[in-house]
Ligand binder design. Structure first.
Ligand SMILES: Nc1ncnc2c1ncn2[C@@H]1O[C@H](COP(=O)(O)OP(=O)(O)O)[C@@H](O)[C@H]1O
Ligand SMILES: O=P(O)(O)OC[C@H]1O[C@](O)(COP(=O)(O)O)[C@@H](O)[C@@H]1O
Ligand SMILES: [Mg+2]
Length: 534
């Protein structure tokens, strides 16, 4: 492994992707970088390494801390102030006001007795010292990408958290996503103006795709004297936040850049789940129920529901598991085929003969390779560079109807329901509201404590500060070799659409067509994902 560790002074290069061998360097007796407490120093005798990508510390027994940047990493001798939270009456009964600086959260909780301690993230929460005076803070909030239930709750709780916990009075909203940084006006935000916004869907700030110009955004941050930037958005947005942070650091600005992960598709890695996901799964039940009612009221009827999920089929999977009325769930990670033994048509016919009705849930990104084979494939993208998909629900409806009409095979009825935008536009439910509050407060505590270049989120239920590079290096996707997908298959009884080893060998011997579906090492069966182009 190419790697170096620092010796007291400047950080040396480390390649985060090659971290698997990091334990080799543990206990090398190296000095600690600034910012580590004596407790950690005394107990762990860590080595440390960092570059613009990663700030990693190694401890004994395979302990690794993937830390987040701090303003003091690149601005020397920053003054600190006592945390005003210690005078907050609401918190006076709390046993311990502040999070211990040495508290970290393990990424993996299932371990063997001889496993190395593994990767950890810094625990979120208020610190004893803050790096901003209350009246010095000029914060801004921006929302980018697609809508998601809970956006307004996060906005509300950032504004209220800054105001009530830290006495911050200057908070503005950026209008309409990243491109709003270039417009003249901002939206003033106060506890009064955001008081009941959590009861509304959407985002009061507006949102957009595309239009990210790092230099212009940081110019605007600098010109407006903004020193805390809260960026709420999905995988694309967090990539944008990472480059904003890099530019802020390059210019040496005292500006904390904080990401709050928003993704209805749950496609952001590391964190347990994203806000709005629970609400979406719950709302999807209404569409599935409607499909079930239709299907059971008419002879040989199929209710087909399309749910969101561009590359990650979590909403479809969880909505299916929750409902128990679904006979087949199709997601991008598990390609399916229509014709022949083990195919979808065969399964539909069997199900209709057995039950007289059927419910199918399909994620928007499922079956795109099949559609591309039958329709002229398009390489269109949205303004952010995300591939635009064909409507799999409509396509599948037509194919199923055509198949059963052919040679008067079977008279069927099919009702197609697309509730996707209706689901996305609702306010968050109670549990997402609480979750959004924790994310927002965690972001505020982190920024006030001088941390920067991080995304907030729960890891094994404990909220953490996660460096941008960990959030941005891959997408979270359903792993079909995990037990959750097996649970789904056993609840629907649908075919797995996977050929067994024996079937593959058999097909090879008979010199048949190569299989439509093969399982890859990562448990996915998908072509390489289309990256955002920006
Ligand atoms: N790789 C990237 N670098 C910088 N900005 C990006 C990148 N990818 C997306 N963005 C910006 O992030 C914003 C939201 O991205 P998008 O993919 O539409 O939504 P989401 O963040 O919900 O995934 C857009 O304004 C887009 O320009
Ligand atoms: O029509 P739009 O606004 O481009 O949104 C469609 C996309 O937005 C999503 O709901 C969410 O995507 P992001 O989280 O990446 O914004 C996807 O499921 C869907 O493909
Ligand atoms: Mg996205």
């Amino acid at each position: 492994m190419e790697q170096a560790v620092c010796n007291g002074g400047g950080f040396a290069e480390v390649d985060l992707l090659k971290i698997s061998g990091a334990a080799d360097h543990i206990g090398a007796g190296l000095d600690l970088p600034n910012g580590f407490s004596s407790e950690v120093n005394k107990n762990l005798s860590m080595g440390a390494a960092s570059n613009s990508q990663a700030k990693i510390l190694y401890g004994p027994d395979g302990y690794i801390l993937e830390d987040v940047p701090h303003l003091s990493d690149y601005i020397p001798e920053l003054p600190t102030y006592p945390n005003p939270l210690q005078d907050n009456p609401a918190y006076s009964v709390v046993k311990q006001y502040f999070v211990d600086d040495d508290d970290t959260v393990p990424q993996k909780v299932v371990v063997h007795a001889d496993s190395p301690r593994g990767i950890h993230f810094r625990r979120q929460g208020p610190r004893q010292k803050v790096y901003f005076k209350s009246d010095e803070v000029n914060a801004c909030i921006v929302t980018c990408g697609g809508l998601c239930p809970g956006l307004n709750t996060v906005i509300r709780e950032i504004v209220c958290g800054l105001h009530y916990m830290y006495g911050v009075r200057s908070v503005v909203g950026i209008d309409g996503g990243y491109r709003g940084f270039y417009s003249r006006n901002t939206i003033p935000l106060s506890p009064k103006s955001v008081n009941d916004i959590h009861k509304r869907g959407g985002t009061i700030l507006g949102t957009s795709r595309g239009g990210h110009d790092t230099k212009k955004i940081v110019d605007s941050i600098q010109d407006r004297g903004i020193n805390q930037v809260y960026i709420i958005g999905g995988d694309g947005t967090q990539k944008g936040a990472a480059v904003i942070f890099e530019e802020v650091r390059r210019r040496g600005l005292k500006v904390s850049v904080v990401g709050v992960p928003k993704t209805i598709d749950n496609d952001i890695p590391v964190i347990d789940k994203s806000f709005g996901f629970d609400t979406s799964v719950e709302e999807a039940q209404r569409a599935i129920n409607a499909a079930h009612v239709e299907a059971t009221s008419i002879e040989n009827c199929i209710g087909l529901v399309k749910l969101m999920g561009r590359n990650s089929g979590f909403i479809a999977m969880y909505a299916t598991l929750a409902s128990r009325d679904v006979d087949c769930c199709l997601i991008p990670e598990s390609p399916f085929y229509l014709e022949g033994p083990g195919g979808l048509y065969e399964y539909i016919e069997k199900r209709l003969k057995e039950n007289g009705h059927m419910v199918i849930v399909v994620a928007e990104g499922a079956g795109q390779e099949l559609i591309a084979e039958s329709l002229s494939s398009s390489d269109q993208q949205d303004a952010s560079g995300n591939k635009l998909f064909q409507d799999v629900g409509w396509w599948l409806s037509q194919r199923i109807k055509d198949h059963f009409a052919k040679e008067e095979k079977m008279a069927i009825n099919l009702k197609y329901i697309d509730p996707t935008y209706m689901i996305r536009a609702i306010p968050s439910n109670a549990s997402d509201n609480v979750y959004c509050t924790l994310l927002a407060q965690s972001a505020v505590h982190g920024a006030m404590a001088g941390f920067t270049g991080f995304t907030v989120g729960p890891v094994n239920t404990r909220h953490c500060y996660i460096p941008f590079n960990r959030i941005n290096e891959r997408q979270n996707r359903v792993v079909i070799t995990d037990r959750m997908w097996a649970r789904l298959l056993s609840s629907t009884n649908q075919p797995s659409f996977l050929r067994t080893k024996e079937e593959l060998e058999d097909a090879k011997e008979k010199e048949e067509e190569p299989p439509q579906t093969q399982l890859l090492d990562d448990g996915c069966c998908h072509e390489k994902l289309t990256e955002n182009k920006q």
